[in-house]
Each structure stands twice: as structure tokens, then as C-alpha cells.
Write a protein that binds this ligand. Sequence first.
Ligand code: 2BA
Length: 108
Amino acid sequence: MKLIIAIVNNDDSAVVASALTKENFTVTKLSTTGGFLMVGNTTFLIGTDDDKVTLAKKIIEKHSMTRTHSVNTTESFGRGFSDGALANDVTVGGATVFVLSVDEVEKY
Ligand code: 2BA
């Protein structure tokens, strides 16, 4: 048994959730925030058998798009949103996926 933790862009989360449940995965969806951009994202917890991990990862990859996010640099502080504000582009996602081994699962 594995626990997949998948961090997905909010804009992709509905499609990812529905594609996973269509393939009979059980999914818990958490509203989370990235520590770097401080922008909302979605974290999925998916408990599944070892032999279904590849399928889950394929589904998540298929529906998670890469995006570019503009962040103001510290040199912009004090300039507000004026034309003089400096920004850096950061590439976000598709998805960040962790796969953990699970010793035991109980449902009461
Ligand atoms: P954030 O922490 O808001 O990060 C958004 C994007 O900013 C990251 O995209 C990465 O391109 C960049 N970034 C993050 N930390 C950085 C840093 N210290 N210096 C420079 N650039 C940095 P992704 O790697 O695609 O990550 C998207 C979101 O997935 C992250 O949002 C975070 O919520 C989560 N995540 C990614 N890697 C993680 C990890 N190793 N552990 C926990 N959460 C992670």
C-alpha cells in the first residue's frame, strides 16, 4: 500500500480529482498554500495499492499544466506596482508528487 501526496495547481485540481475518481481512486483534497509564492494550491492524498501508483501518477501528470508565475523581487520593495517594479518569472508545476510506503490502513 502507498500514500501518494500530490501538490497540484488550483486551476487543475477539479480535472485531476475527477479523472482520479473516474478510475476508482479514493482521494482526499486539501486546500494548501505554497511557502514560496504564498499562493493557494491543492494537495491530494491518495491511498492505493502498489500496482496502481503508476496509473495515478500518469493521470496527475496528464492533467497538470506547467505555468509561469511572476514574482516581485526584493528590489521592488517601495516601488509598489509602478512600471519600475521588478519581477522575476518562476516556473510552477505541473505537479509535485511524493510516494510514501504505508505500513497499515484501518477504517473503523
Ligand atoms: P511554492 O512553494 O509557492 O513554490 C512555487 C514555485 O516557486 C516552485 O514551483 C518553484 O519553481 C519556485 N520555488 C519554490 N521554492 C523556491 C525557492 N526557495 N527558491 C527559488 N524558487 C523557489 P514547484 O517546484 O512546481 O512547486 C509548486 C508547489 O509545490 C510549491 O509552491 C509547494 O507548495 C509545493 N512543493 C514543491 N516542492 C515541494 C517540496 N519539496 N516539499 C513540499 N512542497 C513542495
